[in-house]
Design a protein around this ligand. Sequence first.
Ligand code: ACO
Length: 275
Amino acid sequence: QTIDRAEEDTVAVHIENRIAWVKYNRPEKRNCMSPKLNRQMTRVLEDLEFRDDVGVVVLTGEGSAFSAGMDLQEYFRENEQKGLWATRKSQREAYNWWERLRWYEKPTIGMINGWCFGGAYGPLYAVDIAISSDDAKFGLSEINWGILPGGGASKVAQELMPLRKAMYHAMMGENLTGKQAEAQGLVTESVPHDQLKARVIEIAEALLKKDANALRATKWAMRRMVEMTYDNAEDYLIRAQEALNGFGGLEGRKEATKQFLDDKTFKPGLGTFDI
Ligand code: ACO
């Protein structure tokens, strides 16, 4: 199917009830990531990052795929024909938005609606919470076409999965279902396809009720600590909380404590304070 999509049409965005739905929008190419799509994704994410009308960003795919990885035509073949400069430029454009997403200011949810291959593990790792359809298929298919899983994909598998499982996954090129991906740590949770959107909305709405600054500090701390010793983490967390105090953390905590101890309107063990 030859659809010459303009760069700005490679990503679809729709905001509803403070949830921004960001969709890979090349369903006819199973949402594989072309240089155009990567550039547009950077613009879209940058635009949404500090908007007041957006509290949570959901990344998903139009049609039957989440994303079939890198575009073998536009990202690999055409760049190789142009020269190393083109390959490097495209790598930067892709890695750039995955990195931005890893350290995004707002909470992010991946809604893995279908095929998720190779390069798509970059954004899969970058989102804070990944909810999969039981029908989705996950694969490091690189080995099936004679390359190694680059672009961070091997690292993602090694980081999220037990090593025995990650090794098998990378070497065999077999696909995992949503439920298998959940069992092996690639996604947070897998649900029947017809419940996927409802579950994502449920999580997004819960996140919207929480203190946004505390959420940001929490998600950054969880990711940052992966490479820290216990002592460094302990120290980092003290400093991160003190930095959060400068973003309203102190007032938030005082208010929450008052609602619990004095007003008795909520219990932290059972729900969120009224922000
Ligand atoms: N790069 C370029 N084109 C792609 C890609 C891709 N990664 N994935 C799908 N397409 C194109 C197909 O070539 C086809 O184009 P055409 O209509 O012009 O012929 C179109 O998308 C539809 O794809 P089909 O294969 O017909 O769709 P189907 O639903 O039968 O299969 C599947 C989907 C399994 C995802 C298959 O397209 C596929 O194997 N894609 C490649 C997946 C992959 O290995 N990606 C690379 C991972 S490695 C990396 O990212 C570095």
